[in-house]
Design a protein around this ligand. Structure first.
Ligand code: NAD
Length: 495
């Protein structure tokens, strides 16, 4: 009998008020039901927001270093349970064990960073233009924050949002993706075990319309941190306008790796294999386009096809598996539709382009690594996010052309260039339109203490990770202390 999971509201585990549930299944074996989860709605969201609101004042007044101590304990607990969390995550969303371990590690790194940030949360001091007056700014919590996350990094992405939000003194309502509710639950269990007071974290399971949107629309929710598709991000942004709440959006990508003629081609080969087919292409930073210089195009492409065909598909829990399944049927449908679009547009399908159903894989959503060559920058497979193991190869003649092709998309998350020419590398750093640029590394590989996010339709200007996310989760209060004992008028008495 599969476990019946629950919401966590006001410090108690509870079912959805409407009594409805949904199932969570293993994408490597769709017959395996991992659990049932509350299919909550607006009533549960309201209860959760009220619970968070009720404890906010007490949490706000808890010293930030003490809040940080709880996150230190969460980091320790995640370290202790790393393997079991990773295994559960692989069963729930499919990516291979080495990657789910990395996903947990990113959460651990984020916990320890957040714990230490409890002893910083720096403000500024600046001189006053008047005598006997002191000026400073301090960072204060916002209130109740809503956290809405996708399924592809089920532990790392929620921790990027929840840990900084907590250390800054906010209370949280968290809605994980319906494909990865067990990992979301595990995170909340660890926060509770670490001693987070009741009501400070609330977990509400359910869909985007039933739970996500009521959270965005709730007037008592003062900030929303969302990671997901650009389409949903725009809907959220529009809905949040009515209550003028602060919204951080981390959205889609169409990331590219450039390989110049002078590059270390072996290194570039390892980079594109990892970037394009790691996590079965289901990363916001996945390499979806490979921009190859004409001098190395043919040799690089033929070697790449051979390597891609050798990648071992299978259950991510098995030791020698390199590529797990896609997360669900809808992802398979999207990938299949883009493979058809690519063929219809006249690109050459070099390898893949079909589901993989050998042996036990017949019960899962496996798809062969797929490479299109002869792709033109204006084709849809060169412009639109696919979120699967599909790589579009584009031939270019110069660095200028490579950068122009790379920039020719509505997204701007990650980017990469392989070259031994330092001048070319610095021109790429200057001219590529993306939130992240790697030199001689693949498009994936974010570190928890560095800002993460993108430009154009990848986001709305905020960053996760590093020091910047602490600005998102706090308000700046400007403070003037006049110790002159008399009325001093700025811009008047000092002229
Ligand atoms: P999605 O947009 O479908 O869903 C994301 C979350 O939003 C889920 O929890 C979902 O239930 C919820 N949601 C859906 N509709 C909603 C609505 N109307 N109101 C409120 N919430 C709603 O995305 P997904 O399929 O889970 O994830 C894949 C997408 O996420 C890709 O586009 C990928 O590029 C993007 N992504 C971006 C980043 C980044 O940092 N830029 C990281 C990971 C994934």
């Amino acid at each position: 009998m599969a476990r019946a999971f629950q919401n966590y509201i006001a410090g108690a585990w509870t079912n959805a008020a409407n009594g409805k549930t949904f199932e969570n299944r293993n994408p490597a074996n769709w017959n395996e039901v991992l659990g049932t989860f509350p299919n909550s709605d607006k009533a549960d969201v309201s209860r959760a927001v009220e619970a968070a609101s009720a404890v906010f004042n007490e949490w706000r007044l808890t010293p930030a270093p003490k809040r940080g101590d709880i996150l230190k304990r969460v980091g320790d607990l995640m370290t202790q349970h790393k393997e079991s969390i990773a295994r559960e995550m692989t069963r729930e969303m499919g990516k291979v064990l080495v990657e789910t371990r990395g996903d947990v590690q990113e959460g651990i790194d984020t916990a320890y960073y957040a714990a230490s940030e409890g002893r910083r949360l720096f403000g500024h001091t600046a001189p006053s233009e008047l005598r006997n007056k002191f000026n400073m700014s301090i960072q204060v919590p916002i209130g109740v924050a809503g956290v809405i996350t996708p399924w592809n990094f089920p532990m790392a992405i929620p921790t990027w949002k929840i840990f900084p939000a907590l250390v800054c003194g906010n209370a949280i309502v968290f809605k994980p993706a319906t494909d990865t509710p067990a990992t979301g639950t595990r995170l909340v269990e660890l926060l509770v075990e670490a001693g987070l007071p009741a009501g400070v974290i609330n977990l509400v399971h359910g869909g985007g319309t039933g739970v996500g949107m009521p959270l965005v629309e709730h007037p008592k929710v003062r900030a929303i941190s969302f990671t997901g598709s650009t389409q949903v991000g725009k809907t959220i942004s529009a809905a949040a306008t009515n209550t003028l709440k602060r919204v951080s959006l981390e959205l889609g990508g169409k990331n590219a790796q450039i390989v110049m003629a002078d590059a270390d081609v072996d290194l570039a080969m390892e980079g594109v294999l990892w970037g394009a087919f790691g996590t079965t292409g289901q990363r916001c930073t996945a390499t979806s386009r490979l921009i190859l210089h004409e001098k190395i195009h043919d040799s690089f492409l033929s070697a790449l096809i051979k390597r891609a065909e050798k990648l071992r598909l299978g259950d991510g829990l098995e030791a020698n598996t390199e590529i797990g399944p896609l997360v669900n049927q809808s992802q398979v449908d999207t990938v299949e539709s883009y493979v058809k679009i690519g063929k219809d547009e006249g690109a050459k399908l070099e390898t893949g382009g079909e589901r993989y159903t050998e042996g036990a894989c017949k019960n899962g959503f496996f798809y062969r690594p797929t490479i299109f060559s002869g792709v033109k920058p204006d084709m849809r497979i060169a412009k639109e996010e696919i979120f699967g193991p599909v790589l579009s190869v584009i031939k270019i003649k110069s660095l200028d052309e490579a950068i122009a092709v790379l920039n020719d998309t509505r997204y701007g998350l990650s980017s990469s260039i392989y070259t031994r020419d330092v001048n070319a590398a610095f021109r790429a750093i200057r001219d590529i339109e993306a939130g992240i640029t790697y030199i001689n590394g693949p498009t994936i590989g974010a570190e928890a203490h560095m800002p993460f996010g993108g430009v154009k339709e990848t986001g709305n200007g905020h960053r996760e990770g590093g020091w910047q996310v602490y600005e998102f989760f706090t308000e700046t209060k400007t403070v003037y202390v006049d110790y002159s004992g008399r009325l001093q008028r700025a811009q008047i008495d000092n002229q």
